[in-house]
Design a protein around this ligand. Sequence first.
Ligand SMILES: Nc1nc2c(ncn2[C@@H]2O[C@H](COP(=O)(O)OP(=O)(O)OP(=O)(O)O)[C@@H](O)[C@H]2O)c(=O)[nH]1
Ligand SMILES: [Mg+2]
Length: 227
Amino acid sequence: MLRQALWSGRGAIIYQEKQVLLPERLDATFLTSAPNLRRCPPADAPEVAFAGRSNAGKSSVLNQLTGNRRTAKVSKTPGRTQLLNFFSVRQGGRLVDLPGYGYAKATLSAQQQWQKAVNQYLSYRDGLVGLVLVMDIRHPNQVFDQDMLNWSRDSELPIHILLNKADKLGRNAQQKVLSQMQRQYAEFPTASVQCFSAAKGDGKEQLIRVLLPWLATPIAAPEDPAN
Ligand SMILES: Nc1nc2c(ncn2[C@@H]2O[C@H](COP(=O)(O)OP(=O)(O)OP(=O)(O)O)[C@@H](O)[C@H]2O)c(=O)[nH]1
Ligand SMILES: [Mg+2]
């Protein structure tokens, strides 16, 4: 697969949309955890990864999607997710919960290790078909988020922005942030954006509508190491 290394180079990935019936939740079970790209499971299924700053709510979004509070580990303390966690979706494909960026309290070497693992996964993982970029709606579009959006545009990797924790703002304030983000990323052909609340489930149907076609993306079979 051609995809540029994160923050450099050029490449492309193609995905197809299919008409599918909409389930109320994604039935997902834990598959495995990996500390780095090398230890990831075989890249034999399409994967959608959840990226974003630490504490933005990536793991909580996953739990809301699966309707199971225990699918992914959530914590009030940032830095809860320290490995790449893979979940198999019964409807097809996988969801991947990534460690968050910018968790200041972790030791520098631990942070560098996770971030290297995440960067390598995003840059080189065969089967990665789309990204969900989770932001806290009260602190959207931080430098890290902008870097991810620019990278996904240059890589032609579809990216769906979730303005999470929408329950923390009133309707008007939510709409204001949503419009600002839509305006800002209107020129990005592979980006879309919505409000979401992992706490309340608001926006779940819209998210499932985005994810199902991604999870049904045909991917090339991994190369046989014997050849
Ligand atoms: N009010 C509210 N709180 C939320 C929402 N989503 C997540 N939280 C809370 O935010 C905190 C962090 O959630 P996590 O899901 O662990 O965040 P994460 O992005 O996975 O964090 P890392 O694993 O550190 O990268 C927890 O206390 C959650 O309960 C939401 O939609 N609304
Ligand atoms: Mg997490």
